[in-house]
Every structure is written in structure tokens, then in C-alpha cells.
Design a protein around this ligand. Structure first.
Ligand SMILES: Nc1ncnc2c1ncn2[C@@H]1O[C@H](COP(=O)(O)OP(=O)(O)O)[C@@H](O)[C@H]1O
Ligand code: SF4
Ligand SMILES: [Mg+2]
Length: 327
């Protein structure tokens, strides 16, 4: 797969966030370059949740970080309400960043172990000097994520489970009243038994805080219930964009089909595992020419080796980057 194209972008006026031709590359030893993200484009309408899905190493976290300018992209455009984030200076970016928050995969290591929960949650507020109503906001936000401020406020992260730490990091993001929340595999590191609780919490918060979200997961089944649209990525490129129901019922891209077939069947005895789709992803320092998925694709032809498939709309709201899409 591995398409480039902007046909899935809607009219520019509609988008709260618009990402165009985002490229993230990392120079590594031997003069080589990791092509982590190779020209992805998408837009987000206010209140929408976009699921970003693909197996480990396909560039999901690099995309999330580049959108928030935590690590500026190599090239490309990221606009929030028309403001080009890649061109902001340090001070403007700090101000803008309060509107874009991120929840990370590993809740425990993303929290400062020496700080009390109240101070962790207030981290973003402190950048501008703690406001007069900070204590009230901290209490309200902790309650919103299901934690009792009187019980947890003065404790430190090591006293909590992974699920509770993720609640704390969600509170830290929400207290800033962000417009866009990027959740980077927020439940992958959690016990199976608490994954659904955190997913439900994020679902509730989305309605309550009017959030627009990018929800990153390696497993399609995780985004199925929370995303309005899903973007499937492989080796730094977009394969397919569609509503989750359409994607599950009728995947058009061979890689999407592979991802669906690799979803573990629920087995109450063993809990969830994360099997990889068969075959190995090529090195991102030397991605295949033409379609990047061709080395694992059962439908590959000569054309796939020679010509990169563009991301095109093959039916209303369905965009696929494949020379031979599944019917
Ligand atoms: N700081 C870095 N330096 C070099 N390579 C990196 C760096 N960060 C990520 N990568 C590489 O970029 C690719 C995409 O990584 P990542 O965005 O973390 O993928 P995902 O989140 O989908 O697992 C991977 O091959 C990863 O090893
Ligand atoms: S059929 Fe060709 S273009 Fe489509 S995913 Fe397979 S290799 Fe890529
Ligand atoms: Mg990641």
C-alpha cells in the first residue's frame, strides 16, 4: 500500500485540524535515514475522532508527535484553525500547545515520579503561572476522570496502578481544556481488565469536553467503537481511510484485510494478545519502491513495484491507495 494523496481532505474551511504531506525522517548511523512518515495528509472536523491504526513501527507515534510539534516534522503542514503550527516561534508554540494535548502509551513513565498528583495534573497550568482557580480546576478534573482529589491529590505516581496513572495523565491533558487530544495507544500498556474502563472514560470525556481526537492504536478493534473515521497506515504511508464499520465489513486494501484477520479472537482463558500480521515489515531505512506493501501483498503485480498507488476515493467516503483494491 502506501499511497500519497489528498482526495480525502474536505473543504479547507471545515477542518479544525489539517495535516498535509507530513514527513518525518530521522538521520541514523551510516548516513542512512529512517523514513518514519512519508507524506500523510488528513483533516479533522470539530468533534470528530480519527483512529490512526497500523502495526508497530509504521509511524503512528512519529505522526502524533510531529502534529503537536513535540518533534517538528521534516516537512509538511499542520494547521489548527488555519494557523500554521510549523511556522510558529517558540513562544507562540507554547501558547498554541495548550490547545493540543497528548496522552501517552506508558502512563507510569509519562508521569514525574517525584511530584504529587495535584502538581502533575497542574503542570500545564503552571507554564503561565498557576491561576487563582487552579485548586478548584484540579479537583474538578480529577473527579471527572473518576479519582477522588482528597484521596489521591497528595500521593505520588508509584502508589497507583497503570489504569489509575492513565486517569491522572488524562486529567493532566484535560485540565488545559484542549481542542485536540492525541491519544497514543492509551490502553496498550494496561491490563486487559482495565482497558475497557479507560476506553469508556475517553469516550465520555470526548462528549463532556467536546474533544476532537486522534486515537492511535495498533489494533483495529480498539478504535472500532471510538473512531468516526479510521486511517490505516503502513510503513509511513496511508493505505485506506473509511468509517470503522465499512472498514470491518468490507476492507478494500489488502493490508487492512490482513490487519482484520490478525485481530485475536476473544478467549477468556488467555486474555488479549497482540499477534502481528504475517510477514515482516521492511526496514524503514530502505522502504520498497512503488507500493510499500508489495513485499507482503498476496495481490502484488509488476505495476505495484513500479508505480506508487495514489490515495483515491473509490466510493463515497472511502479512500484507498491500491492498484488492485479488493471488491
Ligand atoms: N528518534 C528516533 N530515531 C530513529 N528512528 C526512530 C525514532 N523514533 C522513531 N523511529 C523509527 O521510526 C519508525 C516509526 O516509529 P513510530 O512512529 O514510533 O511507530 P509506531 O508508533 O507506529 O510504532 C520506526 O522504524 C522507529 O524505529
Ligand atoms: S495490490 Fe499492489 S498496490 Fe495494492 S496493496 Fe498489493 S502491492 Fe500494493
Ligand atoms: Mg507508537
Amino acid at each position: 500500500m502506501a499511497g500519497t494523496g489528498t482526495s480525502h481532505l474536505r473543504s479547507a474551511d471545515d477542518a479544525l485540524l489539517r495535516v498535509e504531506d507530513l514527513v518525518v525522517e530521522f538521520p541514523v548511523s551510516g548516513g542512512r535515514t529512517v523514513h518514519a512518515v512519508s507524506g500523510i495528509s488528513f483533516d479533522l472536523l470539530e468533534g470528530e475522532t480519527l483512529g490512526l491504526v497500523g502495526e508497530s513501527g509504521c509511524g503512528k507515534s512519529s505522526s502524533g508527535r510531529a502534529i503537536l510539534q513535540l518533534r517538528p516534522p521534516t516537512s509538511g503542514s499542520v494547521r489548527l484553525e488555519g494557523v500554521e503550527l510549523t511556522e510558529l516561534d517558540h513562544r507562540e508554540l507554547r501558547r498554541m500547545r495548550t490547545r493540543l494535548q497528548m496522552v501517552f502509551q506508558d502512563p507510569i513513565s509519562s508521569l514525574n515520579p517525584r511530584r504529587r498528583v495535584r502538581d502533575i495534573v497542574a503542570e500545564g497550568l503552571d507554564i503561565w503561572g498557576r491561576p487563582d482557580d487552579a485548586d478548584q480546576r484540579i479537583d474538578d478534573t480529577l473527579r471527572a476522570v473518576g479519582l477522588d482529589p482528597d484521596v489521591v491529590g497528595d500521593r505520588r505516581p508509584h502508589e497507583f496502578s497503570g489504569g489509575q496513572c492513565q486517569r491522572i495523565s488524562i486529567a493532566r491533558a484535560l485540565i488545559m481544556d484542549p481542542q485536540v487530544l492525541v491519544c497514543d495507544e492509551p490502553v496498550s500498556a494496561l491490563d486487559v481488565s482495565v482497558q475497557a474502563q479507560i476506553l469508556n472514560l475517553l469516550h465520555d470525556m470526548r462528549g463532556r469536553f467536546g474533544l476532537t481526537m486522534i486515537f492511535i492504536a495498533h489494533d483495529l478493534s480498539v478504535v472500532n467503537h471510538i473512531a468516526d473515521r479510521v486511517m490505516v497506515m503502513y510503513l509511513g504511508k496511508v493505505c485506506e481511510v473509511a468509517a470503522p464499520g465499512d472498514l470491518f465489513r468490507n476492507p478494500h486494501h489488502p493490508y487492512t484485510e490482513l490487519l482484520i484477520s490478525s485481530i485475536p479472537k476473544p478467549d477468556p482463558r488467555v486474555g488479549r494478545s497482540d499477534p502481528l500480521p504475517p510477514g515482516e515489515m521492511p526496514s524503514p531505512t530502505d522502504p520498497p519502491g512503488g507500493c510499500r506493501f508489495r513485499t507482503r501483498c498476496p495481490h502484488a503485480t509488476d505495476r505495484c513495484a513500479n508505480e506508487e498507488p495514489a490515495l483515491v476515493e473509490i466510493s463515497t467516503g472511502r479512500h484507498v491507495a491500491c492498484h488492485h483494491p479488493l471488491p
